[in-house]
Design a protein around this ligand. Structure first.
Ligand code: SAH
Length: 510
């Protein structure tokens, strides 16, 4: 092998859910110069390789053979230029994925390669449909079969026939041939009462499952309009689906929800909604930027307290200190008051302890907690780095108690420069719900989408707001809010969304 040559990693992307990529697969993507991906690999995984060149290898069409030659050529060429090439393939690269052929091409050309297995759709699809592919007492063996060539099943081969009569059978690429596959299994002697299922887009929010028996599964799949990609599962294990179906039965399964928070703040809400099964579309309506003219403040060690109300404020403080040649040691003796657990975490990551963290960001709580530690605020020096649109009750309260308060704008919130194509994609996404977590998210959303697109959204979407002020802003812009929690925080907002949108709510409303 020539060391100046590059190398190819044949990486399994997993079946669809981006969380099912392996850690090794993620590492390979992070170090790739080029990623050649096919249509079954989730495009979200390309985010792990933001600076790499992304080459789409296309769909499996009738011109597959030609396409495959082309893929092989690109792989060889890129590697010969000394690049690190990731060939990202849906599921596992060696399970019906032509990964073996691609590895042979590389071996033949003397190009170094590694194989990174992935979770194959034939295991993950059934798992997400609540079907274990083996189960004590129900199936002791499990067979992966291509359903592409139905004639291959119409065989005199005794060994294959014996295999088809046992345990769990999983067919890949079999949607079109499902009627023939089911009939042939019955003809071979598998009872027509054998449970069977078909799982479309397994592990993805688009997942759908049709269940029946060999006698009627083809009809059920047809009625449910099941389309490729789908996995067919045949065997007694399918009977466990009714009890074990966990993915499709989550309360927000398949609901399309738009999250408009700034990306840096959205993760909590997004994670909660996804865990409940929602298909989340992130459309950040707020971007954080440094102030245009940073205001000066005194050396940090001249303050008695620094009050940090957001992660952004923490970051800004340290950046400014760094620019002045200061570091954490200059904070010796300065007490830190933080608002919110994420802010506290950001402070602790810098190996600093938090002196005060009031339970709620409400004037009375904060002042009471502060006064408990610092009964006499007269002449005490406070530094408050905050957003340009921050509420002003805190400096006012502190000043009332005689404190000397310095406020500096730590960051500005602006309308992000989002490509119009994303706004258009959102308008055609047919969401069930658009969520607003502050008045600015509602205002900016309106500005970014425009009245015409919002009118289109309203055909399918409800609107949700975290609290009454936000709801009022959204309402005044023609986006009437019908989902709003009693207590204005993320966990309660999520609960209100489940109540207003969840399966039971939808069914009751029918
Ligand atoms: N290497 C892939 C399989 C590629 S063959 C793997 O290991 O999963 C393509 C076939 O895989 C499709 O026709 C379909 O049968 C199956 N498949 C791939 N992804 C799927 C998914 N998310 N849900 C259901 N079936 C899927």
């Amino acid at each position: 092998m020539n060391p100046a040559q590059g190398k190819v990693w044949l990486v399994g992307a997993g079946p669809g859910d981006p969380g099912l990529l392996t850690i090794r697969g993620k590492e390979c993507l992070e170090h790739a110069d080029v990623v050649i991906y096919d249509s079954l690999a989730n495009e979200a995984l390309l985010d792990y390789a933001p600076t790499a060149e992304h080459i789409f290898a296309g769909k499996a069409t009738d011109k597959h053979m030609l396409l495959q030659d082309e893929i092989n050529r690109v792989m060889r060429e890129q590697a010969s230029q000394g690049k690190r090439v990731v060939r990202l393939k849906g599921g596992d690269p060696f399970v019906f994925g032509r990964g073996g052929e691609e590895a042979l091409v590389l071996a033949d050309a003397g190009i170094a390669f590694e194989i990174v297995p992935g979770i194959t759709a034939g295991i993950a699809g059934p798992a997400y449909a609540g079907i274990p592919v083996t189960h004590r007492g129900l199936a002791t063996c499990y067979t992966l079969i291509t359903g592409h060539d139905a004639e291959a099943l119409e065989t005199d081969d005794e060994d294959l026939s014996q295999l088809l009569l046992r345990g769990t059978l999983v067919f890949y690429m079999g949607v079109r041939n499902l009627p023939r596959i089911a009939a042939q299994l019955v003809a071979l002697g598998r009872p027509d009462t054998t449970p069977a299922a078909i799982v479309q887009w397994g592990t993805d929010p688009k997942q759908r499952t049709a269940v029946g028996t060999l006698a009627d599964i083809a009809e059920r799949a047809h009625d449910e309009c099941i389309q490729p990609p789908a996995i067919i599962v045949v065997g007694e294990v399918v009977s466990l689906h009714d009890t074990l179906s966990w993915f499709e039965s989550r309360p927000l399964f398949g609901k399309r929800i738009v999250v408009t928070r700034a990306r840096s703040q959205a993760s909590d809400l997004v994670r909660h909604l996804q865990e409940l099964g929602a298909d989340v579309f992130e459309f950040p309506t707020i971007a954080i930027e440094p102030p245009e003219n940073p205001e000066p403040f005194d050396p940090v060690n001249t303050y008695d307290w620094i009050v940090l109300t957001s992660v952004n404020a923490v970051e800004m403080l340290f950046e400014r200190m760094d620019n002045l040649g200061q570091d954490a040691r200059d904070l010796a003796g300065v007490r830190l008051c933080v608002i919110g657990s994420a802010t506290s975490e950001a402070v602790r990551r810098r190996f600093l302890r938090v002196d005060l963290m009031p339970e709620k960001y409400v004037a009375e709580y904060l002042m009471a907690a502060l006064l408990a530690q610092e009964p006499d605020l007269a002449g005490k020096r406070f530094l408050l780095p905050r957003a340009d649109i921050a509420r002003s009750f805190l400096p006012e309260e502190l000043r009332k108690h005689g404190a000397d308060v310095t406020e500096v704008v730590a960051y500005r919130t602006v309308v992000p420069r989002t490509p119009d194509s994303l706004a258009e994609r959102l308008a055609t996404y047919r969401p069930d719900l658009v969520t607003f977590t502050s008045s600015s998210t509602a205002r900016n959303f309106y500005e970014m989408l425009g009245a015409e697109r919002i009118a289109r959204l309203k055909q399918t979407a409800k609107f949700g707001a975290i609290g009454p002020i936000t709801a009022k802003t959204a309402g005044s812009l023609g986006m009437p809010v019908t989902i709003e929690p009693d207590t204005h925080d993320i966990p309660n907002f999520v609960r209100a969304i489940v109540d207003g949108l969840g399966r039971e709510a939808t069914e009751a409303g029918r």
